[in-house]
Design a protein around this ligand. Structure first.
Ligand code: FA5
Length: 343
């Protein structure tokens, strides 16, 4: 009795294995005959075997064999149905396959113009030995304003200009917050740029509530304003071509002293005066200055020992100039007709 039961179990295992391998009607039919064939089928041989065993064992074994038979029949029926379905689908496909139809075009993605611009700028600074760092977009009041010497009364802190998450937490309004993170974790000397997204309540054709900046920071011994000017001159010539000229105008930022607005000679008219530069021949592209000693004190540096410069530029503004784009919103509309013109 045990021998027969083991045999049934073995056949069942074998059958399940073979079932998995069936992929066409031919092998399906072979399998059916092998198990259910009237002459020499495995089930037939099991029934023959039943006649030879002890009479008292026959009912139990008979039941077991019957159960196996039902299992095989059901499995084969399911398989036959699925093979028929597959065959019908294939025939349907064949019938509708029109060889003269053009193929499906493969849609290839491209780089966003802001990514192209950011990488262009990063590569220029990396070639000058700068590291690239990043920092949080959701920032505490201290990192975004206080540590940078921006007083409580400064208009930039107004809810009209800044997105507040809570009283002390803001969406950063510039990448200058990363200056503080970098200085608190590194020892001078270092040269670092910090690209990232920033947020302001500001929206028209040249201002967006979310835009990108790249901050630069160099700290060491005897870093001078001349180093700042030379660095920016190399940067602008590499970015806009060797004829690009630089102009510094006195300005004010709470975290740099002295501070400057940096202009580049208009890349559309070469400085003659046109619609883009509003006749002035110059385009304002970034803010810069020497790091204020107060900022060094806030991060635990000795302003008697180190000096440094910082700058911050708007990536959209540079991309608009480089690619001749007149409306900043085009960058964020996700219109494929616009985006596919770049790369
Ligand atoms: C700043 O944000 C300073 N943190 C820059 C700085 C860094 C000065 C380090 C000194 C030292 P400002 O607010 O001017 O400065 O912004 C810098 C640039 O961001 C602008 O020149 C402009 O190109 C860009 N920008 C400002 N607001 C928007 C806006 N809403 N949409 C798009 N670009 C903007």
């Amino acid at each position: 009795m045990k021998q027969v039961l083991d045999k049934i179990a073995e056949y069942r295992r074998e059958f399940e294995e073979e079932l998995k391998k069936v992929d066409a009607f031919k092998s399906f039919e072979d399998l059916r005959v092998k198990y259910l064939g009237r002459k020499g089928g495995i089930l037939k041989s099991l029934l023959d075997l039943l006649k030879t065993v002890d009479k008292k064992d026959r009912p139990v074994l008979g039941q077991e064999i019957n159960r196996f038979k039902i299992f095989v029949e059901q499995a084969l029926k399911d398989l036959e149905e699925s093979l028929s379905r597959k065959k019908a689908e294939l025939e349907e496909k064949k019938r509708f396959f029109d060889i003269s139809l053009p193929g499906f075009p493969l849609l290839e993605g491209g780089k966003h113009p802001l990514t192209i611009t950011r990488r262009l700028i990063e590569d220029i600074f990396i070639a000058m030995g700068y590291d690239v760092a990043s920092g949080p977009e959701v920032e505490s009041d201290w990192y975004n304003f206080e540590a940078l010497g921006i007083p409580k009364t400064h208009p930039a802190r107004d809810t009209q200009d800044t997105f507040y998450i809570s009283d002390d937490v803001v969406l950063r309004t510039h990448t200058s917050n990363v200056q503080i993170h970098v200085m608190k974790t590194r020892k001078p000397p270092f040269k670092v740029i910090m690209p990232g997204r920033v947020y302001r309540k500001d929206a028209d054709i040249t201002h967006s509530p979310m835009f990108h900046q790249i901050e630069g920071l160099v700290v060491g011994e005897n870093v001078t304003f001349q180093d700042l000017k030379g660095t920016l001159e190399i940067f602008l010539k590499r970015l806009f071509g060797k004829n690009a000229r630089l102009r510094l105008r006195p300005s004010f930022f709470p975290f740099t002293e002295p501070s400057a607005e940096v202009d580049v000679s208009c890349i559309m008219c070469g400085g003659e005066g046109c619609r883009v530069c509003k006749g002035s021949g110059w385009l304002e592209i970034l803010g810069a200055g020497m790091v204020d000693p107060v900022v060094f004190e806030n991060v635990g540096y000795d302003p008697e020992k180190v000096s440094g410069f910082a700058f911050g530029l708007g990536v959209e503004r540079i991309a608009m100039l480089k690619f001749g784009i007149s409306d900043i919103r085009l960058f964020f509309d996700n219109d494929i007709r616009f985006l596919r013109q770049f790369g």
